[in-house]
Design a protein around this ligand. Structure first.
Ligand SMILES: Cc1ncc(COP(=O)(O)O)c(C=O)c1O
Ligand SMILES: N[C@@H](CCOP(=O)(O)O)C(=O)O
Length: 430
């Protein structure tokens, strides 16, 4: 599959090049040249397919011929070595748990898939690659874990100082080896802007091969479409009208769900559920796309003011505002509403949701008011214990720590504080 840049000022390129470059030379995000829906027989037979068979069929067209089929089978099998259960909360609302991977966030899927693709492309270990990542909380940990010890790959993670949870910080600052963490005096948007600037800086790119492990990178972004299909498989026999409510920040996840829809997933509607960082909610009301500096919330991983992937969403719906509105609703919720929702979910369903999932739950409730016959699935994008202080405070109950969280507790943080792009550049060149 070839990919084009959404800025349309760079040559089309192969999957391999798109993965190695991350961002196109004109600073545009890459997008596949074509999307061929999966055959009807795939959807008719879905009950008989395993996760790896579904993922293999769904991603094949986007990675061939550069990744041969036997290698791709291994990559998806290794990537998906954990579960993706749907838990029913009531007749109209379920949650898709995406936190059973090694860092307990949905990012594990894309990070593990991308690490393996890059490892395959770099198998002869000829060219060292530096992977730059901006994180508002979870991408950093997942990428650190996914790329730890991958030969020929150095990972540099930028995160906003004081704006990620304690456990998220431990996950991204304590692994050592080929993983380095930079603590940025600024917001996630500052981190993301520095990363994008680095890609265009010839003084850097002439010295090192830089790529991104954010959802900018097609190998990080596209595998996120898998679990929308896994959820459909679990629910379609009991529900005709399934909608997904996706807690959204950089909009890579909901956009991946839309790619699954393009492959034929019989889903009519998505809900992008936001915290106070609500650029897309405002856009769907006013038709004006006005990014703003991000504000800090208790669903910190969604504190994104200028979501990278919105341009891909517009591409999917051919820049037609009315078509986008048919497919996407968006609501935003305050921290107080989020805490109330966490308590409501706990009291009504004995289920402990994290703040991001709770925003997704609120999106379901808002949508169901107008569409009472739908079944809404909100994505539980991270395990509640990653936000221990908030969760224990809201439900007033101590939470047992899963093994994945215990394993990073008490480890020594190692990070370098930076404030400006020049600091980043000096770090990379040193
Ligand atoms: C827990 C959690 N929920 C939601 C999001 C938002 O996802 P996206 O950036 O793909 O919109 C993130 C970060 O990306 C996250 O870590
Ligand atoms: N919420 C993310 C922000 C980056 O999103 P990405 O999907 O583009 O990597 C995080 O947790 O870091």
């Amino acid at each position: 599959m070839n990919y084009y840049s959404l800025n349309k000022q760079a040559p089309n390129t192969s999957f391999k090049d798109a993965v190695i470059k991350g961002l196109a030379p004109d600073k545009g995000l890459y997008f596949p040249e074509s999307i061929t829906p999966l055959p009807k027989s795939f959807w008719d037979n879905i009950d008989n397919l395993s996760h790896t068979e579904i993922a293999f069929e769904a991603i094949k067209q986007f990675v061939s011929p550069e990744i041969p089929e036997d290698i791709l089978k291994t990559i998806v099998t290794e990537t998906l070595s954990f579960d993706f259960p749907v838990v029913k909360l009531n007749d109209n609302i379920s949650t898709l748990e995406l936190f059973h991977g090694p860092t307990m966030a949905f990012k594990d899927v894309g990070a593990r898939f991308m690490a393996r693709c890059l490892g395959y492309f770099n198998k002869d270990n000829t060219n060292e690659v530096t992977v730059l990542v901006a994180t508002s909380g979870d991408t950093g940990g997942a990428v650190a874990n996914g790329f730890l010890g991958v030969k020929g790959v150095n990972v540099v993670i930028l995160y906003p100082s004081g704006k990620v949870s304690d456990i998220q910080e431990m996950q991204l600052t304590t692994l050592g080896q080929n993983i380095k963490a930079l603590e940025v005096n600024g917001t996630f948007d500052d981190c993301q802007a520095m990363v994008k600037t680095a890609f265009l800086d010839e003084a850097l790119t002439s010295q090192m091969q830089l790529t991104s492990a954010n959802s900018i990178n097609v190998a990080r972004w596209l595998p996120q479409l898998f679990y929308f299909i896994f959820a459909y498989k679990q629910l379609h026999n009991q529900n005709d009208d399934i909608v997904f409510s996706v807690p959204s920040g950089n909009f890579g996840n909901v956009c991946a769900g839309m790619m699954a829809q393009q492959l034929g997933l019989p889903i009519k509607h998505f809900i992008a559920s936001n915290n106070a960082n609500n650029v897309v909610t405002r856009y769907l009301i006013s038709k004006l796309y006005e990014p703003k500096p991000s504000v800090q919330t208790i669903s910190n991983a969604m504190d994104v003011g200028a979501p990278s992937n919105f341009i891909r969403i517009q591409e999917i719906y051919k820049n037609k505002f009315e078509v986008l509105k048919e497919n996407l609703s968006s609501y935003n919720f305050s921290d107080n509403q989020t805490k109330e929702a966490m308590l409501e979910i706990y009291n009504n369903s004995s289920y402990v949701a994290d703040p991001h999932g709770a925003v997704g739950y609120l999106g379901c409730k808002a949508y169901l008011k107008e569409n009472p016959n739908s079944h809404c699935v909100f994505l539980e994008t991270a395990h509640p214990t990653k936000f221990l202080d908030v969760v224990e405070d809201v439900i007033n109950e101590k939470q047992p720590l899963p093994e994945q969280i215990q394993s990073v507790m008490g480890r020594k943080k190692e990070s370098v504080v930076i404030s400006t792009y020049d600091d980043l550049k000096s770090f990379l060149l040193s």
